[in-house]
Each structure stands twice: as C-alpha cells, then as structure tokens.
Design a binder for this molecule. Structure first.
Ligand code: DAH
Length: 357
C-alpha cells in the first residue's frame, strides 16, 4: 500500500546524513529530483482509491515539504560553515616554513666582544665614556701640556661652539665655555673611571674614536679601540706584560711572539708599543708588516703619576698600567682583511662572510 511506502520513505529520509556537499547532492537527486523516490510515489497516487486520494496526497505533500526543508537547512548550515573558513583553506599548514634571511655579525663587533670576553675572564669589567669630549679628559688630564706638540700626534676634530644669535645672547648662549672635540682615543675613559672609582680598578673600555685623517686602505677618520686600565697598590710593568701575553695568546694562539718596543705617550711612563708576529706571513715578511715580520696592535705603559693625580688618585700609594689597542687592526689580522674601508662600506658580499647572528 502507498501509505506504507510513504511511512517507509519518511523513516529513510530522516535517517540520511547531510553533512557534506556530496551528501546533499545525492539526497536531492535520490528523493527530491524529478526521477526521485518522492516523484515515484506521486506517480502512484493514481492507484489510490478515490475516497483516500485526498488524505494520501496530503501525506505525500507533507513528506515532500519536510524533505525539502531538511535539505535546505542542511545546505544553509554547510554554506555558513564554509564561509567562516579562511580563503586559503587549501593551504597545507604542516609544510616546513620558509626560513628567514638572517643577518651576520659585523667583524668589528665579533672582535670587540671576543676581546672583552678574554679580559673579562681575568677580572676586567667594561666601562664606557662619551665620544664628544672636553679638552681636559681627552688631553690635559692625560698629561698633554697646553700647546705641547704631543697634541699634534693625534689630528683632532674640534667642535665649533654654536655661534650666538645676537651680541646680547653671547653672554648667555648656553654653549659650554670649554672647547669640545671628538675624542681621539679611548684614553679619556681612563680619566672618567678614575674620577668616579676608587682603586682597585680593572676596566676595559671599548669605543669609537675620530681623527682628522684622509681615508685610505690603511687609515680612517673613524675607528675603534679597546682601552685597558689596572690600578692598585704595587702594580708593576711585569703585571702589564703578563696581561698582554695572556691576551695575545688567548686571541691568536700560543705560537705567536710578542715584543714590547719602547715608545712615548704623555700619559704613560715608561711607554711601549706592543708588536706581535705578523699573522699574514707568519713572521717571514710581507707588505702588510713592511717586511719586518712584526705588526703593532697597540700602545701601553705604566700610568704616569701626573695622570693618577689629575684624576684624584694618590700616586704615592697607587700605581697602574694601561693600554690601548685598535679593534680594526686586530680584526684585519684575524680575518686577513687588507683594506680598512671595507669595515664601513656595508658591502653585503663582505659582511655575509662573518658569523651568523
Ligand atoms: N691612546 C693611545 C693611542 O690612541 C693608545 C694608548 C697607548 C693607550 C698607551 C694607553 C696607553 O692606555 O697606555 O694611540
């Protein structure tokens, strides 16, 4: 009987799962389509006795509406769910990421940090001071007498004080009444450290320095130094030598020779220049070491008692040693770099050869 078929189809329809587009399609074709199961039953209406036709027809219509409603609801739900997904839903999130392009450390940073680490291991802590400096800290306190030719050893960039806007402003322009300059060496920080700290002092002072030089492969108007200062009771030149030996052997290895060549600096007495075996030719002689087999890496000496006194430390009680080394010079030896200008030109072909960050 048709009524039984209707009941059976009703049960079948409500058992269908309508979660995917494919299931929806199949449902529509199987039950609602022109050749579907419902159309089939509508065809059979003509076999129903006339007195029952109306009731059975209503039943069939209700089933058709219910089936259509189920289909439409499921379709809306599916559309809403897909609309909330990102547009690139087809993207495979398990793929490995494209690596970021990493930078490399600048060779001067690498060398500076290695130098500070080596001195740090024997108790030196880092101090810093200003690059714009006054004459006292860059020269006078360091025992450079006024108008003494030693000041010409380092061609200085002086900073012109701001011009007063009008003669009335001149007295009150706010400009410092001491001449300012770009520090020519990191030795200014020695004075600043001694002014503010009591011995024992063990400091390393890295920084940038400036000199009025024409730029070439071997000279620059801006470069870097690491200054060192040790002040305590009973410090001798033997302590200085031992510290320099330790540093050079840590940085370059045990087979490097070191020599102290007598020299002059106003702030040390006695003074020496530190030479090491030329690393380019291993001491045989080349154009970098001017065929001497030695290259200079810095200056050093016993802190002049005048400098201690100028900085507020009693030279009767304390003595000290100091040094100043060029970071560029050491980086050139370590990495066999032959032109100072490479450090500041930012050529990626040069910079990419160094350690990654
Ligand atoms: N300030 C010197 C320069 O720039 C280097 C130097 C020499 C620093 C001897 C020192 C030192 O502390 O004791 O040429």
């Amino acid at each position: 009987m048709l009524q039984d078929s209707i009941a059976g189809l009703e049960a079948e329809i409500s058992a269908q799962e309508l979660a995917t587009a494919a299931q929806l399609d199949a449902f529509r074709i199987a039950y609602l389509g022109r050749k579907g199961r419902l159309a089939d039953l509508f065809d059979q209406l003509k076999t129903v006795p006339a007195d029952q036709k109306r009731a059975v027809g209503q039943q069939l219509n209700q089933l058709k509406q219910a089936a259509q409603a189920r289909h439409d609801e499921a379709q809306q739900a599916l559309e809403a769910a897909t609309a909330n997904q990102p547009a690139d839903a087809g993207y495979d999130y398990t793929l490995p990421p494209v690596p970021h392009a990493l930078g490399t450390r600048h060779p001067l940073s690498l060398v500076r940090e290695e130098m500070l680490r080596i001195f740090g291991r024997i108790g030196f802590s880092v101090a810093e001071g200003p690059e714009i400096e006054d004459d006292w800290h860059n020269f006078t306190a360091l025992n450079f007498p006024e108008n003494h030719p030693a000041r010409d050893m380092q061609d200085t960039f002086f900073i012109a004080p701001p011009a007063p806007k009008s003669p009335l402003d001149a007295a009150d322009s706010g400009a410092p009444d001491v001449p300012l300059l770009l520090r020519t060496h990191t030795s200014n920080v020695q004075v600043r450290v001694m002014e503010t700290q009591a011995p024992p002092i063990r400091s390393v002072m890295p920084g940038r320095v400036y000199r009025n030089e024409a730029i070439s492969a071997r000279a620059h108007m801006m470069f870097h130094q690491v200054e060192g200062l040790f002040v305590d009771e009973g410090v001798s030149f033997a302590d200085l030598k031992q510290t320099v030996y330790y540093f050079v052997n840590e940085l370059f290895g045990a087979d490097i020779n070191i020599r102290f060549r007598p020299s002059f600096f106003p702030f040390t007495e006695p003074s020496a220049e530190i030479d090491i075996t030329c690393l380019i030719c291993k001491g045989k002689g080349c154009n970098i070491c001017k065929y001497s087999g030695w290259v200079e890496i810095g200056g050093c000496g016993m802190v002049d008692p005048n400098v201690l006194e100028n900085s507020g430390i009693d030279p009767e009680k304390y003595s000290g040693y100091a040094w100043g080394m060029g970071i560029e010079r050491i980086a050139m030896l370590k990495y066999q770099i032959k032109d100072l200008r490479l450090f500041t030109e930012n050529d990626l072909r040069f910079l990419r050869q160094f350690e990654a960050v």
